[in-house]
Design a protein around this ligand. Structure first.
Ligand SMILES: NC(=O)c1ccc[n+]([C@@H]2O[C@H](COP(=O)([O-])OP(=O)(O)OC[C@H]3O[C@@H](n4cnc5c(N)ncnc54)[C@H](OP(=O)(O)O)[C@@H]3O)[C@@H](O)[C@H]2O)c1
Length: 325
């Protein structure tokens, strides 16, 4: 039994530009495909061009199959408006180049879906920038992208949306910004703990940003997709998590990527979500995240603690845009 939630198929103009990070597989693939099938122009921001182009071919085929089934509400266009852009979230340089390339194109941006994410097993992985990998890929790099696209989104007209893919894993971790970047011994590192931390930061960022975006044309929300059978788990070597997944599989609660994507597609496209901001969603419903994540003082502590890691990649204008209320 997967998710019982569903999303309406609504017509979307191809003038509306969506970016989905990590859209070549898993949940992001389904989000990108269904948003494009409703008519949006969707940019797949991925680290591997090869994997992204293969995914785009499959999307076009699946679109044709869906049309041949007579599914109502799909775009009238013959092909999906999907594009690839290179983005490696494990490299701040790549993140900056991605943002600059998009800015140079002069395009508007209506939906930014920060989906890409990484889990890890018990072994610490460090990025080329010298930071714990999950904090950088899941949280910091997306933070930079959100900062750099603020001005474009503010000028992109009504109903612009930012969505962050978080996780229920945020519930099982402590908030302590002094150890944001893991500096302990390799033996003591817990991949699950640091995964959960990165997902907690994403919720706290959503809530902190929503205050700053109040009364603007941009909303920001975050979500948990459920336990979804994707490549995310195939790459893990965590015994506890693998048991949890096997248990979910046997109980029939493991979700397909489309079931996991449903809330995200709904948040990105459903007209009912216009103007709704600053919430954590599961199964297309607003749910309370943990007390810690909702504590404004801690969100602002995290906000301040985040800058030393990324400020060298932000311009003064980026920072001013972020802080603009
Ligand atoms: N699956 C679940 O049960 C579950 C539960 C809660 C939350 N989530 C979250 O859902 C999101 C999507 O995960 P998924 O389950 O669909 O996993 P997935 O199948 O492994 O997809 C993850 C995507 O992120 C991309 N990615 C990883 N590292 C990247 C990097 N350095 N730069 C750019 N892209 C990168 C991957 O690209 P490559 O193909 O190149 O690796 C892939 O496209 C993640 O944020 C995950 O934390 C998943």
């Amino acid at each position: 039994m997967g998710s019982r939630a569903s999303f309406p198929l609504v017509p979307i103009s191809s003038d509306r530009v969506f970016i989905v990070t990590g859209a070549n597989t898993g949940i992001g693939y389904e989000i990108a495909k269904w948003c494009a099938m409703m008519g949006a122009t969707v940019i797949l921001a991925c680290r591997s061009e090869d994997r992204a182009r293969k995914a785009m071919e499959t999307m076009q085929e699946e679109f044709k199959t869906e049309k041949s089934k007579g599914t109502k509400g799909l775009t009238e266009n013959l092909n999906l408006a999907i594009e690839f852009m290179k983005l490696d979230l494990a490299s701040f340089q790549s993140v900056v180049e991605f943002c600059e390339e998009f800015k140079k194109s002069g395009r508007l941006l209506h939906v930014l879906f920060c989906n890409a994410g990484l889990g890890s097993g018990p072994h610490i992985k460090q990025s080329g920038d010298g930071l714990e990998m999950m904090m950088q890929v899941n949280y910091l790099s997306h933070f930079i992208i959100i900062a750099k696209f603020q001005s474009i989104m503010r000028q992109s007209g009504p109903d612009c949306r930012i969505i962050l893919m978080s996780s229920k894993a945020h519930k099982f971790v402590k908030f302590d910004v002094t150890i944001m970047n893991y500096t302990g011994t390799a033996e003591k590192f817990s991949g699950l703990d640091y995964y959960g931390r990165s997902k907690l930061y994403q919720i706290m960022q959503t809530l902190a940003m929503s205050r700053r975006l109040k009364d603007t044309n941009i909303t920001i929300n975050c979500m948990h997709p459920g336990v979804v059978e994707t490549e995310c788990f195939r790459k893990l070597d965590s015994c506890i998590l693998n048991c949890h997944i096997e248990f979910s599989r046997r109980c029939g609660t493991l979700r397909t990527p489309l079931e996991g994507a449903t809330t995200g597609i709904d948040l990105a496209t459903n007209p009912k979500r216009t103007g709704v901001s600053g919430h954590y969603w599961i199964d297309c419903e607003i749910v309370m995240s943990t007390t810690t994540s909702r504590y404004e003082g801690k969100q602002e502590t995290l906000w301040k603690a985040t800058f030393p890691f990324i400020e060298q990649y932000l311009t003064e204008t980026d920072i001013a845009d972020l802080e603009r209320e």
